[in-house]
Design a protein around this ligand. Sequence first.
Ligand code: FEO
Length: 395
Amino acid sequence: MTFREIKPGIYWIGSIDWDRRLFDSLIPLPQGTSYNAYLVKGSEKTALIDTVDPTKEYELVQNLVRIGVDGIDYIIVNHAEQDHSGALPMILELFPGARVVTNEKCRDLLVALLDIDGDRVDVIEDNDTLSLGDKTLQFLITPWVHWPETMLTYVQESKVLFSCDLFGSHIATSDLFVSDERIVYSPSKRYYAEIMMPFRSSIKGHMEKLDKLPIGIVAPSHGPLYATPDPIFSAYRDWISDDVKNEVVIPYVSMHGSTEKMVNLLTEALIAKGVGVAPYNLTVTDTGELAMALVDAATVVIATPTVLFGPHPQAVCATYLVNLLRPKMRFASVIGSYGWGGKTVETLKGMLSSVKPELLEPVYIRGAPGAETVREIERLAEDIAKKHREIGILD
Ligand code: FEO
C-alpha cells in the first residue's frame, strides 16, 4: 500500500496486514490489521512517527523511497512494542544521522528489546515540544495505553494526534479515514476490550488531558484514522465509564450436557425477567467476542463441570482472562455440575481477585439437573435481576 497524504506535509506511510489472524499469540484478528507509521515534513526537519511490524519493514522503506524522502532527522517512538518499533533497527541503519525521540521508559525498553544504541536516543518529558520548522511536535506521556512507556505525539499547527495503540482498531481496510462509523465501531470495541480495558482508569485521566487540546484528526497506529475525534472519543467515554448494562455474560463449557442444561435454564429465566444474556460456549468462542461482551456487562456467570478435582481448564482460562481484562462487572456467580467432589467453586472465586465482584450464591449440583436445580437456577436469576434493579439498570 503506497503512502497517502493526510494533511499538507503529513503522510501515512505504514503497512496493511490483510492476512494476519493472531496477535501476541493470543488475540484473534478476524479482519486483519494495519501498522500505521507516519511521516511529518516540517520546513526544516523531518520526523518519522513510529515504524511497522518487522515483517513489513520492506513496505515502510518502499513508502519512504516513493515519497522521495532524502533524510530523517527524528524517529518518534510512541510505544516500544515490536509491531511499531520492530523496523526501528533497520531504519536507524538506513538513516545513521537520525535521532530517536522518546521517553526514558521507552528508551530502556528499546535497548532491552531491540538492542538499540541508547546514545542515539533523545529523552523527552511530558509536554515537551520539538520544532520541525513550521510544525511543532508536542509529546504527551500517557502510561498504560498499552504498556507503561506509551506516549502520544500531537502536531500543534495541524491539530493531528498520533495516538499509537490508543483509539486503534484491528481492521485491514483501504479506507485511510473511517468512512462509516458503524463499520469500525465493532473492531474498535473489540480492540478496546482486548488491549485497553485493563487500563480503564488510566485512560480516564488521559482523556481529561486530551479534552484540553484542540484535536482535529486522530491518527492511531492500527486501523483507519478519524477525521474528527468525536466518534471514537464518545465511544471510549462510554466504555471507560463506570456504567454497566443490564447484561449477563455466561462463559460456559459442558462435558456430558448437565452444565449446558443449566446454562439454558439460566438463560431462559433471565430473559423472562427482562435481563439481557449472552452465553458463550468456550469450545467454539472467539476470545475477542467474549472480551467485547465483558465491556458493558453487569454480571458474569462462569458455568463449568468439575474435571477431576476442579474447574474445566477452558473455564479456568476464561476466568483468568476476565480477571486479566478487569471489566467493570459488578456481580459474579458459578453454576455447573460435579460427579464426586472437588473445589471448583472455591477455585473460580479465588481467580477473580483483581475484579472483586459481589459473589452471588452459586448453583453447583451433583449429577444431572432435576426439579430442585430448576428452582435454584430460578433463584439465581432472581438474585441477579434484584441486583440489577438495585443499581438502576433494570426496571
Ligand atoms: Fe500495537 Fe501495543 O502494540
